[in-house]
Design a protein around this ligand. Structure first.
Ligand code: MN9
Length: 294
C-alpha cells in the first residue's frame, strides 16, 4: 500500500479524426508525464471521458496504457459503471491486464441507498484480487457521503483508499487520521492544502500539461519547503483559473493539441471550443511558464 503515493496523471483520452481512440497520441501523453516525474496514472476517469466511451473502448485504452507504462509506474483504472455487472466485468479485465488498483465512483442515476452503494463497492472488491479505491466526487455524482459512510466502505480489507475529489478537506483529514488507508487529493487547486492535512498524493488532470509543476508541489512539500510548494501551487492555480471557463477537458485537449500531441476534441455532447474561445485561451496561455511550451 505504501506504493500509492505521489502524483498521478488523470489521463485524457485522445481521439483521432474518425472519433476512435488515438493510440499514438495516448502513448505520447503518457511518455510526457513519465519523463516529468509522475508516479502513476488514473485511466478513464472524469478527465478521460469515461461516460462517453464504450466498455470495449475502456478496455482498449487500458491495454494501451499498460503496454506503454509496463511496470515503470502505477496504474489505477476507473471501472465504474452504473450496473455492478459491467463494473465487475471491467474490474476483471483490468486485473487480467495487470493494474495496481481499480477504482469506481458510486452508482448514479437512480437514487441508490447507501446500503446499495456499499454492496456495489463490496461486490467489486470481492470480485478481484487487486485493491479498490473509492472515487468520491459528489459534484459530478450528486452522491454525498459523510465521514461515517466513507469509513464504513474503508472497512473492507480490499478497499484501500479514496480518490477524494471534494473541497471539503475536513473529511479528507478525518479519513486520514482515523484510518491507515490511502487518500488521494482530487482537486488540483487544493493539492498543497490536501497534502498538509495528510493526503498521500494526488490524481489530477493538470498533470497532462504541467506535470513538472504538480510534481514540484509534492517534492517541495516532502522536503519541508512549504514556501516553494506554495509558489508552485500559486502557479498551478493561475493556470487552473484560466482554463476553468472553457471546460477543463476542452481546454486541456486544446493545450495538448497546440503542443503537437494531436489528441483531437472531446467527444459529443461535450462541445468543441469555438474559434473565439480558442483565441482567448491562446492569449491566456501565452503567459504560462511551463515546460510544454518552452
Ligand atoms: O480527476 C479532476 N477532476 C475533475 C481530477 O475533472 C472533476 C481534477 O484534476 C480537476 O480537473 C482539476 C480542475 O478543477 O482540479
Amino acid at each position: 500500500m505504501k506504493r500509492f503515493k505521489g502524483v498521478f496523471t488523470a489521463l485524457v483520452t485522445p481521439f483521432d479524426e474518425s472519433d476512435g481512440i488515438n493510440e499514438s497520441s495516448l502513448r505520447k501523453i503518457i511518455r510526457y508525464s513519465l519523463n516529468n516525474g509522475v508516479s502513476g496514472f488514473y485511466v478513464c476517469g472524469s478527465t478521460g471521458e469515461w461516460p462517453l466511451l464504450t466498455v470495449d473502448e475502456r478496455k482498449r485504452v487500458l491495454e494501451i496504457v499498460k503496454d506503454e507504462v509496463k511496470d515503470s509506474a502505477l496504474i489505477i483504472v476507473n471501472v465504474g459503471c452504473i450496473s455492478t455487472k459491467f463494473s465487475v466485468e471491467l474490474a476483471k479485465h483490468a486485473e487480467s491486464v495487470g493494474v495496481s488498483a481499480v477504482s469506481s465512483f458510486p452508482p448514479i442515476y437512480y437514487k441508490f441507498s447507501f446500503r446499495e452503494i456499499k454492496q456495489y463497492y463490496f461486490d467489486i472488491a470481492d470480485s478481484v484480487n487487486v485493491p479498490l479505491i473509492v472515487y468520491y466526487i459528489p459534484s459530478f455524482t450528486n452522491v454525498e457521503m459523510n465521514i461515517d459512510s466513507l469509513l464504513e466502505l474503508l472497512e473492507h480489507k480490499n478497499i484501500i483508499g479514496v480518490k477524494f475529489t471534494s473541497m471539503d478537506l475536513f473529511i479528507l483529514e478525518r479519513l486520514k487520521s482515523l484510518t491507515d488507508k490511502i487518500i488521494f487529493n482530487g482537486f488540483d487547486e487544493v493539492f498543497l492544502a490536501g497534502l498538509s492535512l495528510g493526503a498521500d498524493g494526488m490524481i489530477g488532470s493538470t498533470c497532462n500539461f504541467a506535470p513538472e509543476i504538480v510534481v514540484s508541489i509534492y517534492d517541495s512539500f516532502k522536503a519541508g519547503d512549504l514556501k516553494t510548494a506554495y509558489i508552485y501551487q500559486q502557479r498551478l492555480n493561475k493556470m487552473i483559473r484560466d482554463i476553468l471557463e472553457f471546460g477543463v477537458i476542452q481546454a486541456i485537449k486544446e493545450i495538448l493539441n497546440l503542443a503537437g500531441f494531436n489528441c483531437g476534441n472531446p467527444r459529443k455532447p461535450l462541445r468543441t471550443l469555438t474559434s473565439d474561445k480558442r483565441t482567448k485561451l491562446l492569449s491566456l496561455i501565452k503567459e504560462w511558464d511551463i515546460k510544454l511550451f518552452s
